[in-house]
Design a protein around this ligand. Structure first.
Ligand code: ATP
Ligand code: MG
Length: 380
C-alpha cells in the first residue's frame, strides 16, 4: 500500500523512530498531504517545535487545537480541499482528564489532582509522556471531528519505550515501592515517619520541598487515590493497548539512512509485527543524493562562483575546495544509497519504503512540508 493510500484508509497514523530522524516533520507533511487531499486532519504533536508551528502559520503550538488557515495554503500556491488543525499534547492535562474520568467522586478526584506526588508523577515519571500520547490517541480516534489523526511521538531514546508505555506506567504505580510506602504509612507508628520520610525524600528529591510526615501523607494519599482509580485505570491501559492493534491505526517508521537508525527501525518494525500492530511503511528521511560533478573549468563559471563565495577566498582555491566538498557530499550519497538499497533488499518486498532527500535547509514553511509530502506519496 502506498503512503497516500495509507493516509486515505486509516483514521490514525503514528510516526515512530529514534531521536531526530524527522518524525515531527514527516508527521506534519503527511497531515498536510491528507488535508490537501480532502480529509479533515488533526496533526497531534508532542513537540513544542516552534519551527513546525511557524511552518503551519501558527505562532506556537498550543494544547488546544488551532486551525491552519486555508489562505496559508493559497499563499504557497497550494489548495486545501479538506482541513488541517494542529495541537500539542499536554501530558499533565491528559493525565488529569484520565483521573477525572475514573475517580469515584469529585472529592477523590481533587484529592489526587492536588497531591504533590501525583503532580510529580504526572509530569515527570518515565513513560508518562508516551503513555499519555497513546491515551490521547485512544480518545481522538473516536472523535468524529477528524477523518484522520496524525500522531507524532516523543523523542524517545528508544522507540520501543513507546509500545510498552501503558504496561510500564501501571507497573510503576503498582510497584512494590509504592506498596511498601503505603504499608509503612498504615502500619508504622508516627515516630517512624521521620526516618522513612528522610530516606524517601532523598530518593524522590524531584518532588519538592516536602519532608517527613508531610511527604508520607502525600504518598499515602496518592497511593490510596490511585487504588481508587486502579480498576478503571488498568482497564483503560488495556483498552489503549488494544487500540494500537486496531485495523484503523497504522504505524509509519521513520529513519535516517544512518545504519544505527536503520538498525533501530528494523528492530522496532519486528517488535510492531510481533505485537500485532500494523507497520505500513518505512520513511527514510534526509537521504543525500548523488549530484553530478559540475564542470567548473571555464573562466565564466569560475567568475560566476566568485560572486557567491566570500571575498577572502582566493580564486585559485575555488576549484580544489569545491571538489573537496563535492567529494565529501558524493561519499555521503554513496553511503546513504548503500544503506537504502540494503534496506530495500531486506524488507522492501513486504513493506513500502519511501525516501525523502536531505534538503539544503530546514523544513521551515508549508511549501517545504508539501514538498516533503510529495516525496512521501510519490508513486514507486
Ligand atoms: N528531509 C529533510 N531535509 C532537511 N532537513 C530536515 C529534513 N527532515 C527534517 N529536517 C530537519 O531536521 C530537524 C529534525 O527533524 P524533526 O524535528 O522532524 O525530527 P524528530 O524525529 O521529530 O526529532 P525528535 O526525536 O527530537 O522529536 C528539523 O530541524 C527539521 O526541519
Ligand atoms: Mg519530534
Amino acid at each position: 500500500m502506498s503512503l497516500a493510500e495509507v493516509l486515505g484508509s486509516h483514521r490514525v497514523v503514528v510516526t515512530v523512530g529514534s531521536g531526530g530522524v524527522g518524525k515531527t516533520t514527516t508527521a506534519a507533511a503527511m497531515a498536510v498531504h491528507a488535508a490537501m487531499d480532502g480529509r479533515k486532519v488533526l496533526c497531534l504533536t508532542i513537540d513544542p517545535a516552534r519551527r513546525l508551528a511557524n511552518s503551519l502559520g501558527l505562532d506556537e503550538m498550543t494544547t488546544s487545537e488551532q486551525d491552519v488557515p486555508s489562505s496559508l495554503f493559497e499563499t504557497h500556491g497550494l489548495q486545501c480541499k479538506g482541513s488541517l488543525s494542529a495541537m500539542m499534547l499536554d501530558t499533565k492535562r491528559t493525565f488529569d482528564d484520565l483521573v477525572a474520568r475514573h475517580a469515584s467522586s469529585e472529592e477523590a478526584r481533587d484529592r489526587i489532582l492536588n497531591n504533590q506526588i501525583y503532580k510529580y508523577v504526572a509530569s515527570s515519571l518515565a513513560g508518562t509522556q508516551e503513555y499519555m500520547a497513546m491515551e490521547k490517541l485512544h480518545e481522538v480516534r473516536k472523535d468524529p471531528t477528524w477523518d484522520l489523526v496524525v500522531l507524532d511521538t516523543p523523542p524517545t531514546a528508544s522507540a520501543l519505550d513507546f509500545l510498552t508505555a501503558p504496561e510500564r506506567l501501571i507497573d510503576a504505580i503498582d510497584s512494590p515501592a509504592m506498596r511498601w510506602f503505603l504499608q509503612v504509612f498504615e502500619g508504622a507508628g508516627k515516630e517512624a515517619f521521620g526516618l522513612v520520610g528522610r530516606g524517601a525524600t532523598v530518593l524522590l528529591r524531584g518532588i519538592g520541598k516536602i519532608t517527613g510526615i508531610e511527604f508520607l501523607e502525600q504518598v499515602a494519599e496518592f497511593v490510596s487515590g490511585i487504588n481508587d482509580l486502579f480498576g478503571g485505570f488498568k482497564e483503560r491501559a488495556e483498552q489503549v493497548s488494544d487500540a494500537l492493534r486496531s485495523p484503523e491505526v497504522a504505524f509509519v517508521l521513520v529513519t535516517s539512512p544512518n545504519p544505527l537508525a536503520i538498525g533501530e527501525a528494523r528492530f522496532f518494525s519486528d517488535k510492531l509485527q510481533e505485537a500485532g500492530m500494523k507497520r505500513e511503511a518505512i520513511i527514510i528521511n534526509q537521504v543525500h543524493t548523488l549530484i553530478p560533478e559540475p564542470n567548473i573549468s571555464s573562466e565564466a563559471q569560475v567568475a560566476e562562483l566568485r560572486m557567491v563565495l566570500p571575498e577572502s577566498l582566493d580564486a585559485a582555491d575555488i576549484h580544489p575546495r569545491l571538489s573537496e566538498a563535492l567529494k565529501l557530499e558524493r561519499r555521503w550519497a554513496v553511503a546513504d544509497r548503500t544503506e537504502v538499497e540494503r534496506l530495500n533488499e531486506q524488507v522492501g518486498a513486504e513493506t513500502h519504503i519511501v525516501e525523502v532527500p536531505a534538503f539544503d535547509e530546514d523544513v521551515h514553511d508549508l511549501a517545504a512540508l508539501a514538498k516533503v509530502a510529495s516525496y512521501l506519496t510519490m508513486a514507486s
